[in-house]
Write a protein that binds this ligand. Structure first.
Ligand SMILES: Cc1cc2nc3c(=O)[nH]c(=O)nc-3n(C[C@H](O)[C@H](O)[C@H](O)COP(=O)(O)O)c2cc1C
Length: 403
């Protein structure tokens, strides 16, 4: 973890308690490595390193294999896939993770943004650091600052939000493929780590395949495909198109990750089988259930099959406590912590809405308050278990067959 996290000095204009880091990073310095994001960017790798196509594809696979071919991956999430959350998900089965999207220009210009929005530690691998960008030189400058901390520098080509339209990045670059090509080429030619991209699909398969092929040829070493179009913003309303992902996997030679519709491990396994993808990303469901990749599921995904599942003996309050301990170790802005507590305990708050209201009334959070909030829910008798497949039943039936 970087040692340059400064205590923020806020002007009265932009002060907001939730933007403060959750503890004084000085306390954590012993656990942090001495490297700094503010050092001069590392030297440029030999130009053309990733250019020669055949050897680049081989390198892409060699790199992926060296990382252990991770299959279950935490998707990039602004304000939500920060270090403590990644570490929690890794403990519960995630084999790799993306940082939240970082804005390449702000990252190059603003030390406070850098030190608060990007933190990592030596166990935080494999790691994708994701940037949004629309200028190749700025992107390269930002990427050089993080390349020695990560396994891929990723370009966000999928963000469909209004802010991305205004800033001209993410999925809005699908209207300017020459610019996308120049971003990928710039990194592929000049970085020491491979470049990956995360895309959305076009409305037609033909356009999607052309796009994906262009990215591979430009030097992309790994492609994550979110199987929804730019206009299909609501993940609950629109199912991701796994057929399009399968077609991309067939067409390209680099590792492909599938994204969309992963709500539990059975979805993950089905998606890997149906698309042939090398791994899957999950986002929204992980926020509610960071133990998804360890085989736990929330009641929503057990409904109708209750007899096949048992209480997993881990619940979201346990996970919140583990998450808070990680936040004490790896400080992050309070707004991120607040967001995770709401998402993980959403089901619990529905049963005890006054506890949620009390949380909302706190303009400044403390760890003491948050631990006591969990205790209060428990004292009120609330418990919403996470469920696991009843393997003892499966074993029993296997024994019956064996007899
Ligand atoms: C809170 C939140 C923040 C997100 N931020 C990013 C981001 O920073 N970069 C990105 O490429 N996608 C971002 N996404 C999109 C997810 O990575 C993912 O592509 C999308 O949610 C579909 O996956 P899902 O069906 O598992 O939720 C975000 C999604 C959520 C829910």
């Amino acid at each position: 973890m970087m040692d340059n996290i400064e205590k923020p000095t806020y002007s009265s204009i932009d002060f907001h308690a939730d933007d403060l880091l959750c503890s004084n990073p000085q306390q954590n310095q012993d656990e942090q490595s001495s490297s700094s994001l503010d050092e001069t960017p590392s030297s440029i790798g030999s130009p053309g390193k990733y250019l020669i196509v055949v050897s680049r594809i081989e390198r892409a696979w060699a790199h992926w294999t060296k990382l252990g071919c991770p299959k279950f991956i935490v998707a990039p999430m602004v304000d939500n896939s920060e270090l403590p959350f990644r570490m929690l998900c890794r403990k519960y089965g995630a084999e790799a993770a993306y940082t939240p999207m970082l804005h390449s220009r702000i990252f190059t210009e603003n030390p406070k943004y850098r030190s608060e929005e990007f933190t990592t530690c030596k166990e935080d691998h494999p790691l994708f650091v994701q940037f949004c960008a629309n200028d190749p030189d700025t992107l390269l400058e930002a990427a050089r600052r993080v390349e020695s901390y990560c396994d891929y520098v990723d370009i966000n080509l999928g963000c469909p939000q209004r802010i991305a339209r205004r800033g001209y990045y993410g999925a809005f670059l699908m209207d300017n493929l020459p610019l996308v090509k120049s971003l990928v080429e710039k990194l592929a030619l000049n970085l020491n780590v491979p470049v990956s991209c995360k895309i959305r699909v076009f409305p037609t398969l033909e356009d999607t395949l052309k796009y994906a092929k262009m990215l591979e040829e430009a030097g992309c070493s790994l492609l994550a495909v979110h199987g929804r179009t730019r206009d299909e913003k609501d993940g609950k309303k629109f199912r991701a198109d796994w057929n399009a992902i399968r077609a991309v996997k067939k067409e390209l030679r680099i590792p492909i990750l599938a994204n969309g519709n992963i709500r539990h491990m059975e979805d993950a396994q089905n998606c890997l089988e149906e698309t042939g993808a090398d791994g899957v990303l999950s986002a929204e469901t992980l926020l509610e259930n960071p133990a998804l990749f360890a085989g736990f599921r929330t009641a929503d995904w057990v409904a109708g099959n209750e007899n096949e599942y048992v209480d997993g003996k881990v619940d979201q309050a346990d996970l919140v406590v583990e998450y808070l301990k990680l936040c004490e170790k790896y400080p992050v802005p309070w707004r991120m912590i607040r967001s995770h507590v709401h998402k993980m305990l959403g089901g619990w708050f529905r049963l005890q809405p006054q506890v949620r209201e009390d949380l909302n009334a706190q303009s400044r959070l403390t760890f003491e308050y948050l631990y006591s909030l969990v205790d209060r829910l428990r004292e009120l008798g609330v418990r919403v278990p996470l469920h696991q497949k009843d393997t003892s039943a499966a074993r029993d039936s296997a024994e019956v067959v064996a007899i």
